[in-house]
Design a protein around this ligand. Sequence first.
Ligand code: MTE
Length: 337
Amino acid sequence: MLIKLSKASDCKESEVTPESIYLSRRSLMGATAAAMAVSALPRWAAAADPSRYEGVDPGKAPSWFADKLAKTQWQAINVQGEAITPFKDATHYNNFYEFGTDKGDPAANAGTLKTEPWSVVIDGEVGKPGRYALEDFMKPYQLEERIYRLRCVEAWSMVIPWLGFPISALLKQVEPTSKAKYIRFETLKDPATMPGQRSSFALIDWPYVEGLRLDEAMNPLAIMGVGMYGRELPNQNGAPLRLVVPWKYGFKSVKSIVRITLVSEQPETTWENIAPSEYGFYANVNPEVDHPRWTQARERRLPSGLFSPNVRETMMFNGYADEVASLYAGMDLRKNY
Ligand code: MTE
């Protein structure tokens, strides 16, 4: 978030799509066929279905995840005509400051994150507060695969096949009271396993916190993620539970969530607190409102390199305007950035 980017406008426009990285042939199978294929695989393979994509480390899924995977609705939402980012890039070019500020730090350091056992606290303005073991928390939900663009505020982007469930389903379970207007999400605070939280140079007042307006959270595109590329979330991507809101800059998609609180006032959020003139509460992807230090009109789609910068125009609401623009009707998006 603090990096200085070279001006994206210096790069030659290119929409070159690397050939090596695509949904493997099996991705074209229908949901039923895929589910049958999964149940026919040996136990270790049924724990994840990374064979849908190329180059995926199968991981070691907990049993609740493996059980749900068999009933997953594959490709519930897809991105037409855009290549899926290779697993290697999506898992080795990360922002997860709890494990360091370089893009490779989370992959190198997040092995210390202990994701089992994991519990989630639900509190605030809800009819059903409590602390839930993750496997109990997950019981009511069916997994869906959502293939979404991810646009970081730093002007790079990816296309990622997530596995998760709509936040609207969660809200139905926890029964918000009439006072609930916002939802606040908190990442684990555990300096013993998160070296970035021990660093005396860290700007962040841990834990990392993010939030959404309740109607944003109810939008069908907003999901709680528990997996990607047909397997559970790798630690560096926010295991075991993270937010995914594809029309907003990536920093809204808070990782490794331990607490979800329904509140009546707009919550204070991590990046808005650090630099309010640069990072707003809404953080909707908007090519017309530049970051004070760089343009937001274009983005670098990973993988990209010096000779193939893979730069493309950024789309309003990251290409999801039809689904979400009505949430902001009448709002000045220059003020509410
Ligand atoms: N969540 C926590 N707890 N800590 C972080 O540093 N970084 C955010 C977001 N969630 C971050 C976080 C940013 S800036 C981005 S772009 C996305 O995670 C990156 O997600 P990815 O690494 O899975 O691509």
